[in-house]
Design a protein around this ligand. Structure first.
Ligand SMILES: [Mg+2]
Length: 213
């Protein structure tokens, strides 16, 4: 197996688990309207769907049914709340900093995300993690979104990497990395990223793997 020369990380679901906080913020702004949102429901029905779709579903299932637009009117408040809470305490796993520090210097690294740069770069900076990444490719900066290969191709080009490892959690992201021709490590949650990446690079590098990777 050829050693990797860079590691390209997706953001949501790989470096950060932002869903519990999204749920909490929605719950807080919907509560004054008499609408209850609990984590179990959000986790099972709301992750991966558009916010509007989520609110339409909740409005229909309310007893009595609600006008979904009344719930959607809370969106600006939810967005503000989320921004304030994430910037004051970004929900990164405490182990992420030392993990990235271990890789830093051995690998060029980038964040490749479909989210807007204005939403995620301040979080990385606030969490003290931005310094580990040479570059970021966000939103439509590459001209196309995942599952197209462009975002990962652009990140590799910016880093001068020819054999990067892509770390992804979603079907669209995994497809994007593969379409770019890169090896993709599929993960299910940020918590398992450090161990799985360490194992993957150790295997690729064999005995040349620097401790404690
Ligand atoms: Mg993701």
């Amino acid at each position: 197996m050829t050693p990797f020369d860079a590691i390209l990380f997706d953001f949501d679901g790989v470096l950060i688990d932002s869903e519990p906080l999204h749920c909490l913020c929605w719950a807080d702004v919907l509560k004054p309207l008499g609408v209850t949102l609990e984590w179990d429901y959000y986790r099972d029905h709301c992750i991966g769907i558009d916010d509007r779709e989520m609110l339409r579903m909740m409005a229909t299932q309310s007893d009595p049914p609600r006008d979904w637009q009344e719930l959607w009117a809370q969106y600006p408040a939810k967005r503000e709340l989320f921004r304030d809470r994430t910037l004051s305490a970004p929900p990164f796993d405490p182990a992420l900093d030392s993990f990235l520090q271990t890789l830093h210097g051995h690998y060029k690294m980038a964040v490749v995300s479909s989210s807007a740069r204005a939403e995620i770069e301040p979080l990385l900076t606030a969490g003290g993690l931005r310094r580990y990444f040479e570059t970021m490719v966000c939103d439509r900066e590459a001209g196309a979104l995942k599952p197209a290969p462009e975002p990962y191709l652009m990140a590799a080009r910016l880093l001068g990497a020819s054999n990067p490892l892509v770390v992804e959690d979603s079907p669209a992201g995994i497809a994007s990395g593969r379409a770019a021709g890169f090896e993709v490590l599929a993960v299910q949650s940020p918590a398992e990223v450090p161990d799985l990446v360490r194992r993957k690079v150790a295997r690729a590098h064999g005995l040349r793997c620097p401790e404690p990777l």
